[in-house]
Design a protein around this ligand. Structure first.
Ligand SMILES: [Zn+2]
Length: 274
């Protein structure tokens, strides 16, 4: 990247991480891999097993929390599209609350799963602006998707085409300037998902991107996640001896299912089509 893709600034610095290099804009903070993975590499990533863990109850609770936030902005009688719906945790919450929903995912496996198990209309594969009719959608949600795509400007453009005037767009993505990214540096969670995560945003860069595509940004806020103690101990304690003892204590105290909200990693953007 010689000029920032978001704000066109020419002052770009290169960060060296163990597995890859990142080009970062010194102004808006946007960063991307110096070299994107090939299309074949990308296709290999989103195989069936990519979605398996995401069906666990911890991720379902995350989706519920997102839906409770989204619901404050949208009307019940419209159509909501979840773009990058995975195996449909968010769509399930929205449908159960009485919303009219549909989903899209690059993975045919995920889209079929949602269709079969949740009875929700889905599409899959490569997207283009003809996937949905112009001005046919009332709200688009796209959670943790933009950091995976090489052509994210086009994705935002498609959202604008599909949304009705006054329609809402909700995006989440890891924030490369979040407090945890600043503290953890090279060990930050956002960098661990290589080569799935290829772009990294800040609230400033995300705002510029959306405004340059004609959206009115209503809110950008810190977004975290909900996890049970069982999940945290199982996934985050690397030493197996320590993990076993900790889990035993946790279960003996009946604390394993207690959930906590961790305010880090992501940002949530709410934008409106004029
Ligand atoms: Zn920039």
């Amino acid at each position: 990247m010689t000029n920032c893709r978001i704000c066109n600034n020419t002052n770009i610095t290169t960060l060296e991480l163990p597995k890859f290099k990142l080009d970062q804009c010194s102004d808006c903070g946007y960063a991307q891999l110096s070299k994107y993975p090939s299309e074949e590499e990308v296709e290999k990533i989103y195989k069936d097993n990519y979605f398996e863990e995401k069906r666990g109850s911890d991720h379902i609770n995350d989706s519920k929390m997102k839906f409770e936030f989204v619901e404050k902005f949208i009307k019940k009688d419209g159509l909501l599209l979840d773009f990058g719906c995975g195996t449909g945790n968010f769509l399930k919450s929205a449908k159960e609350a009485g919303y009219n929903v549909c989903g899209f995912d690059v993975s045919e496996y995920a889209a079929e799963y949602v269709k079969t198990n949740l009875n929700i209309e889905t599409k899959s594969g490569k997207f283009n602006e003809d996937v949905y009719a112009q001005e046919s959608i009332d709200a688009v949600t796209s959670f943790d998707v933009i950091e995976h795509l090489t052509n994210f400007e086009y994705m935002v453009d498609c959202f604008k085409t599909w949304l009705k005037p006054g329609g809402y767009l909700f995006l989440t993505t890891p924030d490369i300037k979040s407090w945890d990214a600043v503290v953890l540096k090279k060990n930050w969670y956002g960098f661990q998902k290589y080569p799935e995560h290829i772009n990294f945003f800040t609230s400033k860069s995300l705002r510029i991107l959306l405004e340059s595509q004609g959206f009115k940004v209503e809110k950008v806020k810190v977004w975290g996640f909900v996890r049970s103690f069982e999940y945290i101990f199982t996934h985050w304690i690397k030493n197996s001896k320590v993990q076993n003892i900790s889990l035993k204590v946790l279960r003996a105290l009946h604390l394993q299912n207690i959930e906590i909200y961790i305010p880090m990693v992501d940002l949530m953007l709410v934008a409106k089509k004029d």
